[in-house]
Design a protein around this ligand. Structure first.
Ligand SMILES: C[S@@+](CC[C@H](N)C(=O)[O-])C[C@H]1O[C@@H](n2cnc3c(N)ncnc32)[C@H](O)[C@@H]1O
Length: 662
């Protein structure tokens, strides 16, 4: 039974450099000598496409290289599960992760690389007033714990804004955003999209950085979002911001993006309900639909009231089949051969062939033998190509959030109805997609994903990351939020507001739609140092290494903590099912249908080894996982090496060759 030691893949987050080297090696094996890249050799297959001049096109600033490097260093942390703060822990697939997003993005690489369909972020805009988290290049995890007050330190609670007079105003912000965008790219699926909210302060830089990381060929649009009302302008009152949209690979993107026309979804849902209620009695269903429109005069759905008839295909309206610019020809009734007269200055919206097909399909109503109407179905005309300008007054989102939370606790939340549209645009071809936001703030993206699911019965999963940014009651604009946290009896931090918003958004959806059975829960995880001492001590940390040799598991850590760390570092989904059985009076966990089997009991005696090994092997046979299983025990659980060796031998005999200890 070999110990999983620091530096091994199972003990660390993804090693991006090693992955890159593997990929390069697969393409150009000749450029590798003794494991290192020989640039002189690599240059040859690249022909004249190597630019070695000092003056290059692009954005440069002090620290860019270091910031890029930061994305490549593995994290020494883990994500600890918090079922008690979660909603519907056992069933949900949604994630709310508390922590600095740089560390979290690193930790998620193994499990979620190439899996996320849409990343929407709304980072601090660098207005000089919003705070910009400052990474510490030496030990970012420790820096995170200190600045969020989770360890004793004089730094506790030191969050500051990036003032315009700092001299490195843009540099700080660029150094913060660059490594996060690198890591975000690798989480995206090949057909994934990233959308970044930003304003004039950094928009030019974001475009250039995104060209750098994603490639200009993957630029999709610079959306203008009108609705901000800033009254402090001297020359021009800026009333918009931007959403920068890039594809991971534009070639792989769904060709046509669509957006629901206003108020269409509620009608489609009502039609579905009425068809369920009345079956093929379309008259009764149509009558009820007309009544439903009358009862919803004040709602956007009312704009679709002409679609008040229902047949086997859905809701339709009888429409004029002519238009001013249409085709002028002698259209004939295919049944009688009679010419159907055309009104002056109009033309037909179809040719004879298509008309004949529509008649055959029962989609043409003959008002008389020579006068026709065409049935147009709501579900066929319900999409429009997304525009590059969106309008939504910022105030309405704030007011809705205040109402839902019962207090004004978060300044400038994004509008969940617009984020819902972005989600529809980018995930319509896969309603089971993962949607991520690693600057979650009040959790608007999570709320929008839930709403979108409730509209189209999708199963999108959200993954949110939010720093437990401390709230300060001495700052007048944060007092309501600190009082709110006090009332909840929770620590004063923005992450607490995020979780409460997600709970309330789920409740709101349930209240408005009691029949809804979609996933409204979320699992909470929190960033922390690794549970295994030996895994988080740095090579130069002698004291840490000595302590780690004595007892491997950090004190205060639970079996679940260790289990989820293993899962994360093996690259399994954080929502993968975990089954627990008692075998030889010991709790044994099977993760992901047996790809990981762990018994983390603190003491396993020699005479327990045999029944335990046989029981685990029997269970493994039943689970019959697709790939090789890893079986893990606590190293300190065994009284002596004999017990360890025997257990390993029993498992090996039964085909479980990968047996490790912590
Ligand atoms: C502009 S707000 C996002 C608002 C959000 N879109 C909404 O509608 O509520 C940016 C958020 O990112 C968070 N944040 C800043 N730096 C972070 C970091 N390093 N890791 C995680 N969250 C961070 C801030 O605490 C803030 O809540």
């Amino acid at each position: 039974m070999e110990k999983i030691i620091a530096g091994e893949p199972q003990a660390r987050s993804a090693d991006i450099i090693a992955d890159n080297l593997e990929r390069l090696k697969a393409l150009f094996p000749e450029a590798f000598t003794e494991g290192k890249v020989d640039f002189a050799v690599l240059r040859q297959p690249l022909g004249d496409n190597v630019d070695e001049s000092d003056e290059k096109y692009g954005l440069n600033w002090y620290g860019k290289r270091r910031a890029r490097q930061l994305a490549l260093t593995p994290s020494l942390g883990t994500l600890r599960p918090c079922p008690e703060e979660s909603v519907d822990w056992d069933m949900t697939q949604n994630l709310m992760i508390e922590g600095d997003n740089l560390e979290v993005l690193k930790l998620l690489q193994k499990s979620y690389s190439g899996k996320v369909k849409l990343i929407y972020i709304d980072p601090p805009y660098n207005t000089g007033k919003d705070f910009v988290y400052s990474d510490n290049y030496r030990d970012n995890l420790q820096n995170y714990l200190e600045s969020t007050g989770q360890t004793d330190s004089s730094n506790s609670g030191t969050f500051s804004s990036n003032s315009e007079t700092s001299g490195r105003f843009h540099t700080y912000w660029l150094n913060m955003i660059l490594p996060r965008l690198y890591l975000a790219r690798s989480l995206l699926r090949k057909d994934g999209t990233i959308m970044i909210s930003i304003d004039d302060t950094e928009v030019a830089h974001v475009r250039l950085i995104m060209d750098d990381i994603f490639g200009p060929e993957n630029f999709i649009a610079e959306i203008v979002w009108e609705g901000a009302n800033k009254n402090d302008a001297r020359q021009i009152g800026i009333c918009h911001e931007y959403v920068i949209v890039y594809a991971k690979n534009r070639e792989s993107l769904q060709r046509d993006w669509g957006l629901d026309k206003e108020g269409v979804q509620p009608v489609l849902q009502e039609v579905k309900r009425l068809r369920g209620l009345h079956g093929t009695d379309y008259c009764a269903a149509s009558e009820d639909l007309a009544g439903w429109f009358r009862a919803n005069k004040a709602k956007p759905a009312f704009a679709n009231r002409r679609f008040r008839n229902i047949d086997a295909r859905g809701a339709y309206k009888e429409d004029d089949p002519t238009a001013p610019g249409g085709r002028k020809f002698e259209l004939r009734n295919p049944r009688t051969g009679q010419v159907i007269p055309l009104r002056q200055n109009r033309g037909w919206s179809f040719d004879q062939e298509r008309f004949d097909r529509l008649v055959g399909d029962g989609r043409i109503t003959f008002v008389t033998e020579t006068s026709v109407m065409v049935r147009r179905y709501l579900h066929e005309t319900d999409k429009l190509t997304p525009p590059s300008v969106f309008y939504q007054p910022a105030r309405s989102a704030s007011e809705r959030l205040n109402r839902m939370m019962g207090a004004q606790i978060f300044d400038y939340p994004k509008d969940e109805s617009i984020l819902g549209k972005f989600i529809q645009m980018a995930t319509d071809d896969d309603p089971n997609a993962i949607v991520m936001d690693f600057f979650a703030g009040s959790g608007t993206t999570g709320h929008a994903a839930l709403e979108r699911n409730s509209l189209d019965n999708g199963n999108r999963r959200y993954v949110l990351v939010q720093l437990p940014e401390p709230l300060d009651s001495k700052k007048s604009h944060q007092r309501a939020a600190t009082d709110y946290c006090d009332e909840l009896r929770r620590p004063r931090s923005i992450a607490e507001l995020t979780k409460e918003r997600l709970r309330r958004a789920a409740q709101k959806i349930k209240d408005e739609n009691p029949e809804y059975t979609g996933d409204l829960g979320f699992r909470v995880f929190k960033l922390d140092t690794s549970n295994i001492r030996a895994w988080n001590s740095k090579p130069d940390n002698l004291e840490g290494a000595l302590r780690a040799a004595l007892n491997h598991v950090e004190s205060g850590r639970t079996e679940e903590d260790i289990l989820y760390e293993l899962l994360l570092k093996l690259g399994l989904d954080l929502c993968v099912p975990i089954e627990t059985r008692t075998i030889a009076a010991r709790a044994v966990h099977a993760v992901g249908a047996g790809s990981l089997i762990a018994c983390l009991d603190e003491a396993i005696s020699s005479d327990e080894v045999e029944p335990l090994g046989a029981g685990i092997a029997d269970w493994h046979d039943i689970l019959d996982p697709a790939g090789e299983s890893t079986v893990v025990f606590r190293d300190s659980a065994f009284g002596d090496d004999v017990a360890k060796t025997n257990l390993t031998a029993i498992l090996e005999q039964r085909g479980l060759g990968n047996v490790r200890s912590l």
